[in-house]
Design a protein around this ligand. Structure first.
Ligand code: SAH
Length: 305
């Protein structure tokens, strides 16, 4: 009886030791298996932030449609919208908003898409550093090479006159700074813009890309001839004045389309002219506002009518 007691307690000690070793083993096993994957996941996360293309919330992705993929709305999926990731969009927001309130809405531009585009596009990013403090004033500004970025109100007025929708395809003559193209690109599906001054064409192309305007396509050339490879266009906007409306532009306008451009003596009296083409191809013209634009150069000056 006396010896049985220590024997039982030895057994208990062995069982306890066994359990302790088992628990220790399990603890070591779990410690290694949880620490390992966490470290790897953290590294993967870090990498994917850098490498994955940025996709803005609520924006369609940039990925091309997969073959055989059933699309609910093919138009929506193919469209590349501007990506507002550049820091310029978060700068001078108040100034931009005041510009829209006081210079644009106050002068009766009503299209909510135009007002929203003008609140979004960072105009100061389209002018040289020396002009940035004046970017939201009620004026045109120099952009170098004897050219100007139009007064904000004129940009808004002309954009509204085009009656852009999310499906519109726009042709612009005179990219200049790229600002007007960006405003149209906020609303329309695609903007094609031509600039005759090579340096300006280069600068605006780079700028539009950096600012995320994936739906703007630019080229260096004479806008007189339009862009036949991408014609027809639902809307055409000219931002340089001529005493003649280039015939190729009228041809490249879709039936039912709208075109607005400054018309008149390059250094004198000019009007914004709204040209519409009806479904049967009949052209109508209307003078809508007196303006002052830089002259359209190139072919249009060679054979004035
Ligand atoms: N839309 C521009 C305004 C630029 S001013 C903006 O938002 O900044 C007009 C521009 O038209 C100038 O850059 C000028 O070089 C360009 N231009 C003049 N004649 C042209 C032509 N025939 N073809 C294309 N661009 C032309």
């Amino acid at each position: 009886m006396i010896e049985e007691y220590p024997e039982t307690s030895r057994k208990q000690i062995f069982v306890l030791l066994f359990l302790l070793i088992l628990l220790g083993g399990l603890a070591i096993y779990f410690a290694f298996n949880t620490a390992g994957p966490n470290t790897v996941v953290a590294e993967q996360d870090k990498g994917s932030d850098v490498n994955e293309p940025y996709v803005e919330p609520n924006q369609p992705t940039t990925e091309p449609n997969k073959p055989n993929e059933k699309l609910e709305d093919p138009n929506d999926k193919k469209v590349l919208r501007p990506v507002h990731r550049h820091r310029a969009y978060t700068e001078r927001v108040e100034e931009r908003s005041r510009m829209v309130d006081w210079q644009i809405e106050a002068r009766s531009v009503k299209d909510p898409n135009v007002l929203s585009a003008m609140r979004t596009v960072p105009r100061h990013a389209f002018v040289r550093p020396t002009e940035q403090n004046y970017a939201y004033t009620d004026n045109p500004l120099p952009i170098g090479y004897d050219q100007t970025i139009s007064q904000p109100y004129i940009v808004a007025f002309m954009t509204e006159a085009l009656k852009l929708t999310r499906n519109s395809k726009v042709l612009e003559i005179g990219t200049g700074s790229g600002y007007q193209a960006a405003v149209c690109a906020e609303i329309a599906q695609e903007v094609y813009s031509i600039e005759i001054v090579e340096e300006l064409a280069k600068i605006s192309k780079k700028r539009l890309k950096e600012l995320g305007y994936r739906n703007v396509f630019t080229k260096y050339g004479d806008g007189f001839f339009g862009w036949p490879e991408h014609a027809p266009f639902d809307t055409i906007i000219g931002t340089a004045a001529a005493g003649r409306i280039p015939e190729p532009l009228i041809e490249q306008l879709t039936p039912g389309g709208r075109m607005i451009l400054p018309y008149g003596s390059p250094r004198g009296f000019q009007y914004l002219v709204l040209v519409t083409k009806d479904k049967d191809g009949k052209i109508s013209r209307k003078n809508v506002m007196p303006v002052r634009f830089v002259p359209m150069t190139g072919e249009v000056q060679k054979s004035p009518k």
